[in-house]
Write a protein that binds this ligand. Structure first.
Ligand code: PAF
Length: 280
């Protein structure tokens, strides 16, 4: 694996290849969720590029930028054990010029759910992803379905700007206890971690009732809330059902393939998760 820190060097190296490039952008603190995206790229593409960049622009001032886990040595060791071709670790200045003025924004999707809870977050995500895509120019981009809204927004950007990149949304990877893998899980105390596993079981319960024929949004979201570990219901940020195609909120009855999306705090840690509600 070649480690490159300079964007021009990476662009030049990749530009001369006619082989298919798969790209996995990350903020480091790699876990099995990232590794599964990387392994899929290695299977499907001839060259796999991973980036590690903790993007300050996607954190609000009150968020965890300073304490966000960073462990470059560990990450490099993990990636070395896979057949990754290039690891890109840019500095802030490699990504952002001092005086950039153009922002990419989406009218509706930026303002709901994560966009509402984390103002400016998706501006920052698109700012960095757009730059990374231009540097790497991959054929395939691998992203996890846990960040479902991020996946949708990046897909929209790629479509709207006619970028020739195929986005592969990959399944959520969970620990044995069901908790969706996230770099932020390491903030949880043992007790909090126990509570957090109820997010998955509660989602599973809503999903079960959906499969049994329940289509009322209110019923399915209540089932989620009722099945959380006692006390967690007080720290819910949102529980929402949206159409999987356009992320329009379903208010009453589910009539199309949908997603049940949740965000809540367990202690000080904000976790998100979701389950697909697929009509046959
Ligand atoms: O999902 C993430 O880790 C980040 O939002 C991403 C896509 C790497 C952009 O910084």
């Amino acid at each position: 694996m070649k480690i490159i820190r300079n964007s021009i060097e990476l662009s030049k190296t990749l530009l001369v290849t006619s082989r298919s490039i798969g790209f996995i952008p990350t903020m480091g603190a790699l876990h099995k969720g990232h590794l599964s995206l990387i392994e899929t790229s290695i299977k499907e593409c001839q060259i796999t590029v991973v980036s590690i960049f903790v993007n300050p622009k996607q954190f609000s001032p009150n968020e965890d930028l300073d304490k966000y886990p960073r462990n470059e040595k560990n990450d490099i060791a993990l990636l070395n054990s896979l057949a990754v071709d290039f690891l890109f670790i840019p500095s802030f200045d490699e990504i952002y010029s001092d005086d950039y003025t153009i922002k990419i924004q989406s009218e509706s999707l930026f303002k709901v759910l994560e966009g509402n809870a984390r103002p400016g977050h998706f501006d920052g995500v698109l700012a960095v992803v757009c730059r990374l895509l231009n540097i790497v120019q991959p054929n395939y981009l691998y992203l996890g379905k846990k960040d479902a809204q991020q996946l949708k927004i990046i897909q929209n950007m790629i479509e709207d700007f006619s970028l020739k990149i195929i986005v592969q949304g990959c399944q959520i990877i969970r620990d044995n206890d069901g908790l969706a893998l996230s770099s932020r899980n390491r903030y949880l105390s043992i007790k909090e971690r126990g509570l957090a596993t109820s997010i998955y079981s509660a989602l599973g319960m809503s999903h079960k009732y959906f499969l049994l024929g329940e289509r009322k949004v209110g019923k399915l979201t209540n089932i989620f809330v009722d099945n959380l570990a006692p006390g967690l219901e007080k720290s819910i940020d949102y529980v929402s059902i949206v159409n999987v195609n356009d992320f329009e909120q379903c208010d009453d009855i589910i009539v199309d393939n949908s997603l049940l999306l949740v965000a809540l705090f367990v202690g000080d840690t904000r976790l998100i998760d979701n389950v697909e509600l697929k009509l046959k």
